[in-house]
Design a protein around this ligand. Structure first.
Ligand code: ATP
Ligand code: MG
Length: 635
């Protein structure tokens, strides 16, 4: 038996060693024993990072939905696969069993086929977090169509760019969506986008908010009546291991979004295996990841990973502050959530509101807490640990990327001793390397460098849709024979990794390389500070100096800003050294964020440099209005 479920640290080290000593043998065993194949592979792995070309389980035949659904029908048919928690707490939650999911996916798949969608066609899914979203994703996978989910908060131009980039033939959307107290008119955003997308033949529209919408004849069709008539039988399309499963665009924190292409077999094996081990999922646990399926976190750890393990996964339509800041905790209590996975930005926003919201709810079901998306600062980590997990639920700080398909550096809950701000150890099979500026690998511990991965793993993206050269240039050109992540990291004395931020954001002050995360972490420890972001700006003597944008907690009392500045710089001096002191500090109402909640340092850097003429497209931000106020405040 292969070690599908690792249960303690020693076992982790043992399995890790096995996985890197003979990766092919290791992954072959995992794949063979825990998944359903129509035909086994001829070759486990072939790779060449110079092209770059990577193939896992070549020659194998499968359908991922058979692994996510069909194989559970006998053993778990009546078990809840998806719990849908609506935006409005007064609307009833929905429990979709594996049997029901199977029916609904088959029906949806038949509707796709009737509308001329075939294996290999691209289908854009622009839906809110309603069950139809997960079902549409699986329906595409059922018939071998390539899904491209676009977060349903993006503007029409952002949507159009993504539809055109991969030539989608169909868009699946809804009449609208609920987001907190607001409704969003999704269909009109789609209509606007499609003015510049000539390749789209059909738009399927799910009814969610029951508003009057415009339906274009011969193009737009209501989804529900088609589903009602469709058959519940749909034989899965038999796919090759390396057939593309989906395209997903990166958040665009650092430039134009890249359409990462993920393939079928390797992605399935890795997302399922990481899910089981990182979160230590055991039946009948209820698992909840608060991400949107529009991000990779939702693909791998709301849909594919959990379902492949026969888990119960929660899908939440709403937002953390509607009808009030207790919403998350109310859901944890209501569904007795055992594993809870969210982002640092959400944790900081909730912490800012104080603990009274938590105290009203029974959170004793929580066994494991997770975080992803950005470095988590120490204060937020402790807040999460103390108040949400009551110091009993380990925090898995999971570092990974859209490109990696699955979690790469992370504690395994209950196995790996955690350490605040550290993503800790590489997952099974992952071989990280830290590189210096001259392209040498840094050997040993207590080193700091650029984070690369030096051996393929099953769920790595295979290319950027339509632009293999960009894939090569972005990830495989900085260092020979290595995947370059774009992030910096340090390895401490026991071999734990801490992500220090993006390499592009490293600031060189008087010849010292300063990562953004550790400095922000220190600033955030000040009791008055809610959130911060630092960037560099040109300085005559030091080359660069540090500019800090700082959001304060809303305590109701007014604060002397000069004193605050002094206290913050004193903290930095004490904890990091005078080299990291901020030359400028601006107190702001908020920080510009991507739709996935990451701080957009690119924009802050321009403002710090005094160059506000060309900030790029700020309309895709979560909070574009904050940019104006920051520019005003910087004057
Ligand atoms: P783009 O590539 O378009 O700039 P993006 O990098 O923000 O967008 P994602 O793939 O969603 O898009 O994010 C991956 C990045 O998020 C990582 O490279 C890293 O910088 C950051 N990140 C994710 N998880 C963690 C974590 N646990 N700790 C620190 N950083 C993290
Ligand atoms: Mg990135």
């Amino acid at each position: 038996m292969s070690n599908y479920h690792i249960k303690h640290l020693e076992e982790y080290y043992q399995v890790y060693r096995k996985s890197v000593r003979n990766p092919s043998a290791f992954w072959e065993e995992i794949a063979e024993e825990h998944f359903m194949w129509r035909k086994k592979w001829d070759n486990v792995l072939s790779w060449d990072f110079s092209k770059p070309e990577v193939k896992w389980f070549e020659g194998a035949k499968l359908n991922i939905t058979e692994n996510c659904i069909d194989r559970h029908l006998f053993t778990r048919g009546d078990k809840t696969a998806i719990i849908f928690e609506p935006n409005n707490p007064d609307e009833e939650a929905l429990h979709i069993s594996y049997k029901e999911l199977h029916k609904r996916v088959c029906k949806f798949a038949n509707v796709l086929k009737q509308n001329n969608i075939k294996k290999g066609d691209r289908v854009c899914i622009y839906l809110p977090m309603i069950p139809e979203l997960a079902i549409a994703v699986l329906a595409c996978a059922r018939i071998g169509a390539i899904h491209s989910v676009v977060f349903a908060g993006f503007s029409s131009s952002a949507l159009a760019a993504r539809i055109n980039d991969c030539d989608c033939k169909m868009v699946i959307t809804s009449d609208g969506s609920y987001r907190g107290a607001k409704t969003l008119d999704l269909k009109s955003i789609v209509d606007e986008a499609l003015k510049s997308c000539s390749g789209v033949e059909t738009v399927l529209v799910a009814k969610r908010i029951n508003t009057e919408i415009n339906m274009v004849e011969n193009r737009d069709k209501w989804l529900q009546p088609l589903l009602e008539e469709a058959s519940t039988d749909c034989e899965p399309e038999i796919m090759d291991a390396e057939d593309p499963l989906f395209i997903l665009y990166t958040s665009g924190s650092t430039g134009t979004p890249k359409g990462m292409v993920h393939s079928t077999a390797g992605y399935m094996v890795y997302s399922a295996y990481t899910f089981k081990n990182v979160f230590q999922y055991r039946e009948p646990d209820v698992y909840w990841c608060t991400a949107d399926i529009g991000w990779i976190t939702g693909h791998s750890y709301i849909v594919y990973g959990p379902l492949c393990n026969g888990a119960t996964t929660v899908m939440f339509e709403g937002v953390p502050n509607y009808p009030n800041f207790s919403r998350f905790w109310e859901i944890v209590e209501k569904h007795k959530v055992n594993q809870f996975y969210t982002a640092p930005t959400a944790i900081r926003a909730l912490a800012k509101e104080g603990v009274s919201h938590l105290e009203k709810h029974d959170l004793s079901s929580l066994k494991v807490l997770g975080t992803v998306g950005e470095p988590i600062n120490e204060e937020a980590w402790h807040w999460y640990d103390d108040n949400v997990g009551k110091k009993k639920a380990p925090i898995v700080d999971t570092w990974w990327q859209t490109e990696t398909g699955g979690i790469m550096i992370t504690p395994l809950a209950f196995c790996t001793p955690t350490k605040p701000t550290y993503a800790t150890l590489p997952f099974i099979g992952i071989q990280p390397a830290l590189m210096d500026a001259d392209g040498n690998e840094l050997i040993g511990n207590q080193v700091n460098g650029n984070l690369c991965i030096k051996f393929p793993w099953p769920s790595m993206a295979r290319t950027i849709w339509g632009n293999h050269q960009r894939y090569k240039d972005t990830y495989f050109s900085a260092y020979e024979n290595k995947y370059f992540t774009g992030d910096g990291a340090l390895r401490d004395e026991v071999g734990y990794y801490r992500i220090t931020g993006r390499v592009d954001d490293v600031i060189i002050v008087s010849g010292h390389n300063l990562g953004t995360a550790p400095i922000e972490d220190t600033i955030n420890e000040h009791p008055a500070v809610a959130e911060s972001a630092i960037v560099g700006f040109p300085h005559e003597i030091k080359g660069n100096a540090l500019y800090g944008y700082i959001t304060l907690k809303d305590t109701g009392e007014s604060r002397n800003q000069d004193n605050l500045r002094k206290e913050i710089n004193q903290l930095i001096t004490d904890q990091i050294g005078p080299i990291a002191k901020l030359d400028k500090m601006q107190f702001t109402q908020g920080l510009p964020k991507t739709r996935s909640g990451k701080i957009m340092r690119r924009i802050l850097r321009k403002i710090a440099e005094g160059d506000t003429s060309n900030l790029g497209d700020t309309s895709t931000l979560l909070n574009p209005e904050v940019v104006e106020s920051i520019i005003e405040g910087a004057k």
